[in-house]
Design a binder for this molecule. Structure first.
Ligand code: SDX
Length: 376
């Protein structure tokens, strides 16, 4: 065994690098995007946050117009990607279709292996825009509907909804999704972002790193939790069933999706905003059942397990009340997080060193080799 120090499993509490993009304060339940508290920037547009992450501060009106124009210009897709999404197996997980479709983009992006800063910036904007178009196309294909070409007038959030439904969304719907995208944009070295940085550390390309990050976000312990939360609420069915269901689940030592967090040991600051959105949307949709059920589960988890809701818990009932199908919730998380991933990829390359941790070998030693003809 090497005499190197073993770190906690899952890199729990291990600081592997610095970042200027976001600060997650698990003790006080604070999230900061490049110096701005999430409670302040939650009111920003997703386009403002894209500018903040890529250029280091919030934009003025002229700068916002420029990034908005660049994001819009990148919304279209190569025909091969449209066709792939339209013909993907209907039962394939949306995040698996998204992962493959994003990977295909590298064949159509100029200088995809060029890691110079201006090219990286262009690819970051292109991927942030195209992940949204691909996700909406997946949503249409799953419903057996033709894809809707992107609008070049609507905001990023409104355009996602337009491409998913074929209708220009009401302002209040677009603003809700806009805030949800802002809340999900970045979050320190979470599993998918760290995945993107590990891939980047070998000087691989941005498309490879984002594709890998999508694979990580798909997992139910990470971004896949929001879909699992809605499936849980539907399985429970009613407010009356909540107490028994939660008690049984906890007695069976099963996890309840949407709760707990590796870093937050108190309320996830994003959950506060999403809880408010879930209540507002339940009332607007004339059906507060999912919100009330969620609140009851939250109370029970805080009382019995001292666990708080994370970002995935109330986003589920909010998206559902907005008419979004649960299987698409994680893809929407990816629509938001692509700006975080690509910003971290750029940051990794500023002061890069390939990530190659040690492993403590625990297998056998000094085994006697026997040629195959003599093995029994
Ligand atoms: C996201 O990292 C990020 O920043 C991620 C994210 C982001 O923005 O990128 O915030 C987004 O991924 C949020 C998390 C979404 N995942 C879920 O909601 C899945 C359910 N949660 C758990 O799987 C868990 O809480 C994690 C994965 C979120 C955190 O896992 P940890 O830190 O490894 O905690 P753990 O599994 O070791 O649990 C510690 C204890 C255990 O009890 P004991 O075995 O010690 O008695 O808490 C219990 C766990 O059983 N526990 C839960 C629970 N989460 C933890 N019990 C019931 N239900 C849960 N959800």
């Amino acid at each position: 065994m090497s005499n190197l120090e073993m770190v906690p499993k899952g890199l729990d509490g291990v600081v592997v690098d610095k970042t200027e993009l976001s600060r997650v304060d698990g003790t006080n339940g604070v999230l900061v995007y490049r110096g701005y508290n999430i409670d302040e920037v939650a009111q920003c547009s997703f386009e403002e946050i894209c500018y903040l992450f890529l250029y280091g501060d919030l934009p003025n009106i002229e700068q916002l117009k420029k990034i908005d124009k660049r994001l819009k210009a990148e919304r279209s897709l190569p025909k091969a990607v449209w066709d792939f999404v339209a013909n993907a197996p209907k039962n394939e997980h949306p995040m698996a279709v998204l992962r493959t479709a994003v990977s295909m983009l590298s064949g159509y992006m100029l200088n995809v292996d060029d890691l110079s800063s201006d090219v990286l910036l262009r690819h970051a904007i292109a991927l942030t825009s195209k992940v949204s178009t691909i996700s909406a196309a997946i949503s249409r294909a799953r419903q057996g509907l033709f894809a809707v070409e992107p609008s070049f007038d609507l905001s990023h959030a409104a355009n996602y909804l337009y491409m998913s439904t074929g209708e220009i969304p009401q302002d209040v719907v677009a603003k809700t999704l806009d805030m949800a995208l802002v809340l999900h944009a970045d979050h320190g070295f979470n599993a998918s972002t760290f995945t993107a940085r590990v891939v980047t550390s070998s000087l691989s390309d941005m498309v490879s790193a984002v594709t890998a990050a999508i694979g990580s976000l798909k997992g139910p312990l990470h971004g896949g939790a929001n879909t699992a939360v809605m499936e849980m609420l539907i399985e429970i069915g009613s407010l009356e069933n909540v107490e028994n269901w939660v008690n049984q689940t906890l007695q069976q030592k099963r996890k309840i999706m949407g709760f707990g967090h590796r870093v937050y040991k108190t309320i996830d600051p994003r959950a506060k905003h999403l809880k408010r959105m879930s209540k507002e949307w339940g009332e607007r949709a004339g059906n507060v059942k999912w919100f009330l059920m969620s609140e009851k589960i939250e109370d029970m988890m805080q009382s019995f397990k001292h666990l708080n809701a994370n970002v995935d818990f109330y986003s589920a009932s909010t998206y559902y009340a907005m008419g979004i199908e649960p299987e698409m919730f994680t893809a929407i998380f990816a629509v938001a997080r692509t700006i975080g991933w690509t910003s971290h990829i750029i940051e990794q390359l500023v002061d890069n060193r390939i990530m190659r941790p040690e492993a403590a070998y625990a297998g056998p030693e000094n085994k006697m080799f026997v040629p195959i003809e003599k093995r029994s």
